[in-house]
Design a protein around this ligand. Structure first.
Ligand code: UDP
Length: 180
């Protein structure tokens, strides 16, 4: 986790786009079955093991990793780091009620990290460019996308160069948990 956070602090400093994938066994299986999904995982700047399943598999595969880096925990670590660095954050995904409440609670918990924009994740592909433009206009340091692993990772992969956000990460159901 420490190495991951350190790497992502550098990623923000670099201003270059980084896609972070917090992989779980379902995503790994999807990558094995779907070459397009596999390509997204291979092209991600950073893949970390979200659960103990992948820590175990990495060990078995002869490339052990130190520990699990859960997406939910990483989100909080980055929000905490952002406080002293005045990072700006954009939240994308889940329902309008969930995203609004998640933004409110994260602002209360991490007042130094500014939430510069949010919107729900129920938009159609023909609205993608409008969503991308809104994110770019807010110019965040971090973008958290909560739309389910089958959608969020390909979406970030497709638009990461256009978005140009230094750290972009799919967070699955994390905002549902944060919003209560
Ligand atoms: N979600 C979304 N748009 C969609 C489908 C799902 O924003 O078209 C949101 C959903 O509201 C939830 C999050 O994606 O907040 C994660 O959904 P889910 O738990 O079903 O995905 P998983 O993490 O299990 O892949």
């Amino acid at each position: 986790m420490q190495d991951t956070v350190r790497y992502l602090i550098e990623a923000v400093r670099s201003r270059k786009p980084h896609q972070v994938i917090t992989a779980n066994p379902i995503m790994l299986m999807a990558a094995m079955e779907d070459p397009a999904y596999k390509k997204i995982m291979q092209e991600a700047e950073l893949v970390v093991p979200d659960g103990t399943g992948l820590v175990w598999a990495a060990q078995k595969g002869g490339e052990p990793v130190t520990e699990r880096v859960a997406g939910f925990d990483l989100l909080h670590e980055l929000m905490r780091e952002g406080q002293s660095r005045h990072w700006k954050v954009y939240l994308l995904g889940s329902t309008p009620e969930v995203i609004q409440e998640a933004a409110r609670r994260l602002t209360l918990q991490y007042p130094g990290t500014e939430i510069v924009g949010y919107r729900d994740g129920y938009f159609k592909p023909d609205q993608d460019l409008e969503v991308v433009a809104a994110i770019k206009a807010a110019s965040p340091d971090l973008l958290f996308v909560a739309r389910g692993a089958d959608t969020q990772e390909p979406w970030i992969g497709k638009y990461k160069q256009t978005l140009g956000v230094p750290v972009m990460m799919g967070v699955g159901g994390s905002l549902d948990i944060i919003s209560g």
